[in-house]
Write a protein that binds this ligand. Structure first.
Ligand code: G1P
Length: 289
């Protein structure tokens, strides 16, 4: 089935990255030289997404500007003949009208953010991508779309049992050999004792339109927020609900450690940085012993 729209919830305050995120959206934090949100948009574009819907909030205008022309910069680069740099500055300018922005006026949870985009989604399944969850390779949502039939599909991965309280956690059922696992239950941020497994939801989803009807009820769950997990969980039984065990490497860029790891991982793949960085890392590790 073709999925044409993706929602990018980018309204979060980013308090874990203060003071960096006091006046800058956390989604604009760079991994090497590219903001997190651009990786997310590129992953969606690579999956054939044509409409990019951002749920923003106050103070997030840098995101809108990032996906627009910057005439002063572009003129400057053009006049200096810096064509390659100009290309880099322009590479994210999509077809006019393919980016839409809607405001989430209060931080009432991921489910609430997704619900804020409801008028921009028709009667069709939609992808959701959380830019904090950076996936090296950028094929996961594409693979999910290729495997999607109906209902709800969530990217899942095994995490340490001690970390389950940071995630939505699934109760897994049967698996097939395409990395698809049936989801029998789903709970947002359980305690270690109450977690049904250590298989956690990562920020890639395909949801059916009926999830918006559930979100409409505005029920509050964990952290007294409207949780996407709860809305999807309430559809189990009524429609298919499956986890997609993706194989690409994922970085939790909502945490400082994951963010630093992502920067190192992505830098090591850059030919111009690779050797110097490796040498430096080795010397750092040796001097730490
Ligand atoms: C959100 C979801 C959670 C999911 C996580 C993945 O939580 O609510 O179910 O496991 O993203 O990153 P958040 O990280 O926004 O607290």
């Amino acid at each position: 089935m073709k999925i044409k729209k993706a929602i990018f919830p980018v309204g979060g305050l980013g308090t874990r990255f203060l003071p960096a995120t006091k006046s800058m959206p956390k989604e604009m934090l760079p991994i090497v030289d590219k903001p997190l949100i651009q990786y997310a948009v590129e992953e969606a574009a690579n999956a054939g997404i044509e409409q990019f819907i951002f749920v923003t909030s106050r103070g997030k205008s840098a995101i809108e500007n990032h996906f627009d022309h910057s005439f002063e910069l572009e003129n400057n680069l053009l006049s200096k003949g810096k064509r390659q740099t100009l290309k880099t500055a322009q590479e994210m300018l999509k077809i006019p009208g393919s980016f839409a922005y809607v405001r989430q006026q209060e931080p009432a949870g991921l489910g609430h953010a997704v619900w804020c985009a409801r008028h921009l989604i028709g009667d069709e399944p939609v992808a959701i991508i959380l830019a904090d969850d950076l996936i090296y390779g950028g094929n996961t949502i594409k693979e999910m779309i290729a495997n999607y039939n109906s209902g709800n599909m969530l990217a899942v991965m095994d995490v340490d049992k001690k970390d389950v309280s940071s995630y939505g956690v699934i109760s897994p059922g049967n698996s097939n050999n395409n990395n698809i696992t049936e989801i029998l239950g789903l709970v947002e941020k359980p305690t270690t004792e109450n977690a049904p497994s250590n298989m956690a939801v990562v920020g890639r989803y395909i949801i059916e339109p009926a999830v918006f009807d559930v979100l409409e009820q505005q029920n509050r769950g964990a952290s007294n927020e409207i949780q996407l997990t709860d809305a999807i969980a309430s559809r189990i039984g009524a429609s298919n609900c499956v986890g997609y065990k993706f194989s690409e490497e994922r970085f939790d860029c909502g945490s400082k450690l994951g963010f630093i790891q992502a920067n190192i991982r992505f830098s090591i793949e850059r030919p111009e940085m690779k050797q110097n960085l490796k040498n430096w890392l080795k010397s750092e590790i040796v001097s730490d012993d």
